[in-house]
Ligand binder design. Sequence first.
Ligand SMILES: [Zn+2]
Length: 238
Amino acid sequence: MAGSLKTEAIVLRSMRYGEADRILHLFTPERGRLSAIAKGVRRAKTRFGGRLEPYFRLQLVLYQGRSDLLTVTSAETIAGHPRLREHGAALDGAARACDAVGRMFDDHDAHAGVYHLLANQLALLDADPGRATRGNALAFRLKLLLAAGFAPQLAACAGCGEGDHLVGFSGAAGGVVCSACEATGFALSQDAHDFLVGALARPLAETPDAPPRALAQADRAILDTLEHHANLRLRATA
Ligand SMILES: [Zn+2]
């Protein structure tokens, strides 16, 4: 299987390795998550020009030898997202987005939709770092659930199919629940329900706003869903 692989990638993590090398965790459209080593990064700064850092979107050429670890042979910047790096909340939003993607998918688990979602989120945060709100972080997680096939059921009770009196949310049931099924979940306000529906339906750039209490409930609904269906424990967004 030795040979070269040309691919776009987003750098999820970049770790120092030995004297002068770096290990990169990458997310790619066609091969999902993969790891690569970049040799001599600190000795030959000009070769990669400091672009092997988290949140860079790159065009890479990787060499695949006999080991599982690929070697970076060339890297060109598609988007470096410099503005995002100067804004604490945007940087935090980018870190959360990359962490969630890196932990949700295994190596070689390809999801082109997830790649483009992550690229879109980084581009939005860079174009306007002020977008890095709790609502934006929650909308990203919801869309990530949707892309992975775990979007919560929001139109009817996930327990019994009832369309009215949807007053709770249950990660175990897989979505909103009615008053009769609420024992399996927690109370969800109308504002929180509306936020989840709006955030899922609208583009990432048009995330609806909601009162802090509603966002806290939406956050819990998303965390419960991730834990029950994707086996993933993330921190709350605030
Ligand atoms: Zn029900």
